[in-house]
Design a protein around this ligand. Structure first.
Ligand code: GRF
Length: 192
């Protein structure tokens, strides 16, 4: 049997994508082992999902600065011998030094069709701009904000009756299917 790649997930919030990934692993449709969840504050709801699936959690405080926080994360992930990192709503920008530890082995999920609407509010920004089609993007992480090479995208139509909330629901449900399938494709290609 092929050894499963060891992956760390980094998240700051609700964790619905973390949950979707873990469920797909449980269904044996995603061949990775999530060996660590990294969070940047200890009341992130995603931590409860990690407990549910027995994934060890590293909580890192950024209060003493990004450099120190990133050093702690790298030390842990090297110790965990991770092959790659999946960002799932991690609300911090990783430094170039950090990314250099895992070149082309860190991916991110963005709730808009990049290069349109980068940044923290992709769903709201697309809605407020009035575009008729938005979507989601999965991309490699480089030192730019949401600027790394695109791996996969899928569109979502914004209809006359959509609100920001209904749009967010559509975006998230698409994320929960496309992120796990794209991760499996990357595993199949040997990217991780
Ligand atoms: C997702 O919408 C993702 O596109 C963005 O952060 C959100 C995380 O949601 N990067 P969740 O915590 O997985 O529910």
């Amino acid at each position: 049997m092929v050894k499963k790649k060891k992956i760390a997930i980094m998240a700051s919030g609700t964790g619905s994508n973390f949950l979707a990934i873990m469920q797909r692993i449980a269904q044996q449709k995603l061949q990775i082992e999530v060996v660590r969840l990294v969070v940047d504050h200890d009341d992130a709801p995603v931590i409860n999902y990690a407990k549910q699936f027995n994934v060890p959690v590293l909580t890192v405080s950024y209060q003493a600065g990004k450099q120190l926080a990133e050093q702690q994360i790298i030390a842990q992930l090297q110790n965990d011998q991770v092959d790659g990192i999946i960002l799932a709503g991690f609300m911090r920008i990783l430094s170039a030094d950090f990314i250099n530890y895992y070149p082309n082995r860190i991916i991110n999920l963005h709730p808009a069709l990049l290069p349109s609407f980068p940044g923290r509010h992709g769903i709201d920004d697309a809605y407020n701009y009035g575009v008729k089609i938005t979507g989601i993007t999965i991309h490699f992480v480089d030192a730019t904000v949401d600027g790394g090479q695109i791996i996969a995208q899928a569109p979502v139509e914004i209809t006359e009756t959509d609100t920001i909330e209904s749009l967010a629901t559509k975006i998230h449900s698409l994320e929960h299917s496309l992120y796990p399938t794209t991760i499996q494709k990357l595993v199949d290609k040997g990217v991780f």
